[in-house]
Design a protein around this ligand. Structure first.
Ligand SMILES: CC(=O)O[C@H](CC(=O)[O-])C[N+](C)(C)C
Length: 301
């Protein structure tokens, strides 16, 4: 795969802008995913709260208005922007440490490793961001009428007061389990598709919107093919009342297999996959646009 000199700072800023595009395009489907993953188990004889993706979307819009789909978006916007900045920075660093010169081409395996390194980098921001986002997204599902958390900052404060940093970082191992292999798939798929789709005689820097949107969308799909099962375990763990799973995701997994079987690991897969393509197409498109802009206004950054 041909090498490309990229400035870490530009990667950081362009990645942040890509993250903002991703959240705006993908949050409604993320809300549906978390509601489906965490809805209460139906009691015998009763039907499930949501029968599927479209039923869930309809019920949210009818009960809470269209803005219900955007609940909890402040947390990912403030969290995802720096997270994607760090994610793209981590990928750049992951590539650089495997190259002897900045122009060294990278194999698919090396791109996968660079993506995994990015996954480790992002977990420090991703784990607490996901914990707060998931708690905010599910709180209306309990329908007690009482809202426990008034927003991301209030949620973080309450978690800190109840259990310190340990509570805020609950789900870190599950987040690593999800994001290290998934990020490998993500960046390897994107870079590979950009390469194979670039016509003979043209270079990666001759940007094409269609190619970028397709490669970005497919990167999202392959990311989630790997990420869904650990994501379900993570969402369960991060939204469960304190003390429910003393051994973390191992306990979540055991209880889930015993009570619901293997299929539960794919709960919420439809909205995840529906979101994956447009959200990540928007992300990489935003990233490439920002990169182009930065290359023009600050060529020496
Ligand atoms: C799990 C996740 O956040 O995936 C990101 C893409 C998406 O759809 O949000 C990619 N990455 C893990 C590389 C941050």
């Amino acid at each position: 795969m041909s090498g490309q000199r990229t400035s870490p700072l530009k990667n950081f800023f362009a990645g942040g802008f890509g993250g903002m595009c991703l959240v705006t395009a993908g949050h409604p489907l993320d809300t549906i995913k978390v509601r489906l993953q965490t809805m209460p188990k139906p009691v015998a004889g009763q039907s499930a709260l949501y029968s599927g993706t479209f039923d869930c979307a309809k019920k949210i819009v009818v009960k809470e208005g269209a803005l219900g789909l955007y609940k909890g978006m402040a947390a990912p916007l403030t969290g995802v922007t720096p997270m994607f900045a760090v994610c793209f920075l981590g990928f750049g660093i992951g590539k650089r440490i495997q190259q002897t010169t900045p122009d060294d081409p990278l194999t698919l395996g090396q791109l996968f490793k660079a993506g995994m390194i990015s996954g480790v980098f992002t977990t420090a921001i991703m784990a607490p961001g996901e914990r707060i986002k998931c708690l905010l997204q599910v709180q209306a599902a309990e329908a007690s009428g009482q809202i426990k958390y008034r927003g991301p900052v209030d949620c973080a404060k309450q978690l800190y007061a109840e259990g310190g940093l340990r509570s805020i970082y609950k789900g870190t191992a599950a987040t690593l389990l999800r994001d290290v292999p998934a990020s490998g798939m993500y960046f390897m798929t994107y870079e590979w598709l950009q390469k194979v789709l670039t016509p003979e005689g043209k270079s990666r820097s001759d940007l094409s919107a269609g190619r970028t949107l397709f490669a970005g969308g497919m990167a999202g799909i392959f990311n989630w093919l790997v990420a869904i099962p650990p994501d379900v375990l993570k969402s369960r763990l991060q939204t469960a009342p304190e003390g429910t799973y003393p051994k973390g995701i191992r306990d979540v997994f055991k209880v889930m297999m015993r009570e619901e079987g293997i299929r539960a690991l794919y709960k919420g897969a439809t909205p995840v996959m529906l979101r994956a393509f447009p959200a990540n197409a928007a992300c990489f498109f935003g990233y490439e646009l920002a990169m182009k802009f930065l290359n023009r206004v600050a060529p020496n950054l």
